[in-house]
Design a protein around this ligand. Structure first.
Ligand SMILES: [Zn+2]
Length: 411
């Protein structure tokens, strides 16, 4: 008798359900706990809660948290009722979500593990199949998204990230202030971003004060066509501008290094990362080595100086002065005779309006960088995403700011 009460306590089985018997299968290291309804007869319909007569039962099993190292399985012949409105339906049980082979507490355990380690790690730790874990993750995200309160961000961040190594992308829409991902789009096309915008109310659209993004035409046009006064809200932030200029410096270095090596000179050999580091983060020795490099007459040093000048042009609080500063930079960059720099300069010239917006709206690049590195980590952790949907789910799971636990499990 006592084991029934003990298991009812452990499993949180309460009226109108009770533990009928407990079976210990020591040879396989399992405990089976049989749960039954206290009374036969009427049960609430899962859709409308109307008391309805029992129709038949279906045997179901759920894995629960291990008890004393025994794999613990909950077994119940779940009644089906005949509701006058909804027909023959399976009643809902309080210990598990519909469609899950795990109890709510077990799912919560898996969710906790998933936050700490990869699917592979959880699979090893809990001896669960990849598919079972994936199912728990998918249900968690679905629950979380359906519970998400009405959000009205003041700032938006729109970015793309590659799925696998192919040129296949997803769009990440985030709320940089809250540090959460709001939406994962399945491509980086104008139509899909427009369709996300169209789901916002008029009030939500007007509440958006800035939209920080890359200089990507699809994002720009979708935003221009969807938000009021978007030409004052679109911000090409420092992070994205730095990315292009950093790429240009690297291109100049590669070309120059090739030319120098052909003459037998090793001035630039092994210097790739020196040009990419922020001098602020260098050791004293690195700094002095780098100083020699950048004070030299190399083209790479000139490209680097042009980039650094651009990086210093983000402090303005007046559009006129910001405009003057950037025009000065542009005239230097286009006359630099460094083709990769000139190319980026032309792009910056065309998008200067949005760069000035970023400066005046004080859009910070911290959130974009932070979110990108966390998405990178998700990618590394989950080598072998077989499809985009799984990748999107993992992003929502880790970065969606969602309440993921099953109903009744306290966070
Ligand atoms: Zn009903």
């Amino acid at each position: 008798m006592r084991d029934k009460e003990l298991y009812a306590q452990i499993l949180g089985i309460r009226s109108p359900w009770c533990v009928e018997k407990v079976e210990l299968l020591s040879s396989v290291g399992e405990v089976k706990v049989y749960v039954v309804p206290e009374a036969k007869g009427m049960f609430p319909c899962p859709n409308c809660r109307a008391a309805s007569p029992g129709y038949d039962t279906r045997r179901r099993q759920w894995r629960h948290l291990d008890t004393c190292q025994y794999k613990t399985i909950l077994v119940c012949d779940v009644p089906r009722v005949e509701c006058s409105q909804h027909g023959i339906v399976t009643v809902s049980v309080p210990w598990a979500d519909p469609g899950s082979g795990f109890t709510a507490l077990y799912e919560a355990l898996v969710i906790d593990w998933l936050k700490e380690t990869s699917t592979l790690g959880v699979s090893r730790q809990l001896n669960l199949s990849w598919n079972a874990i994936d199912g728990i993750m998918q249900r968690a995200v679905k629950r979380g998204l359906s519970r998400r309160e009405h959000v009205s961000p003041k700032q938006l961040g729109i970015d793309e990230t590659a799925f696998k190594k192919r040129h296949d992308y997803v769009t990440i829409i985030s709320d940089p202030e809250a540090g959460i991902v709001l939406h994962v789009g399945q491509d980086r096309k104008k139509a899909s971003l427009k369709s996300w915008y169209s789901g916002l109310s008029k009030e939500q659209k007007s509440a958006i004060e800035s939209v920080s993004m890359d200089m990507w035409p699809a994002f720009i046009h979708a935003t221009l066509e969807s938000l009021p006064n978007a030409e004052q809200k679109i911000a090409f932030d420092k992070f994205h501008v730095a990315k292009y200029l950093g790429g240009a410096v690297d291109k100049v270095r590669r070309q120059e290094n090739k030319a120098l090596m052909a003459e037998g000179r090793e001035d630039l050999k092994g210097s790739k990362y020196k040009w990419l580091y922020n001098p602020k983060n260098m050791s004293r020795k690195q700094k002095s080595e780098f100083k020699t490099l950048r004070d030299g007459v190399l083209k790479t040093a000139r490209a680097w100086a042009i980039k650094e000048f651009a990086m210093s042009l983000w402090h303005y609080s007046s559009r006129t002065w910001a405009d003057k500063g950037w025009k000065k930079w542009l005239s230097w960059a286009v006359r630099s005779r460094l083709e990769p720099i000139k190319k980026v300069a032309r792009m910056i010239k065309e998008h200067l309006w949005g760069i000035l917006n970023a400066i005046l709206l004080k859009v910070s690049n911290g959130p974009a960088e932070g979110l990108n590195s966390r998405i990178k980590m998700i990618k590394v952790r989950s080598r072998g995403f077989r499809n985009k949907q799984r990748f999107s789910n993992a992003i929502y799971f880790h970065l969606g700011g969602l309440h993921l636990y099953p109903e009744g499990v306290l966070p």
